[in-house]
Design a protein. Structure first.
Length: 119
């Protein structure tokens, strides 16, 4: 299984935080939009995990999640949100999210989630 992670979040500080936690052990692709996320998945078939923000400007993460799961059924997707609610968590699970993480996140939670899918 690939050790490559696609991180899609419109917030640069979140992308950089995840990069700090993960860059030593994993290959990372960083993007900030639905369009970039889907382009990266089309161009690079070696992604082993997608970490995806729920709230993004052009398309929300649930829409992106659904599109990823249509095209890449077995690719694990971990949703990340700063707007946690039972409703959002349920919608994420129903849409095919493999994991659900809330901001601010702890490094150990991120590593545990990544290791679950890539090790």
């Amino acid at each position: 299984m690939s050790k490559k992670i696609l991180i899609c979040d419109d917030d640069q500080s979140t992308r950089e935080g995840l990069k700090t936690i993960l860059a030593e052990q994993y290959d990372l692709i960083l993007c900030d939009s639905h369009v970039q996320c889907m382009e990266c998945l089309t161009q690079d078939q070696n992604v082993g995990l997608v970490m995806l923000d729920i709230k993004m400007p052009e398309a929300n993460g649930i829409e992106t999640l659904k599109e990823i799961k249509e095209k890449h059924k077995s690719l694990p997707v971990a949703l990340i949100t700063g707007y946690s609610s039972t409703e959002i968590a349920n919608e994420a699970a129903q849409s095919g999210a493999d994991s659900y993480l809330t901001k601010p996140f702890k490094a150990e939670d991120i590593l545990a989630t990544v290791e679950k899918y890539l090790n």
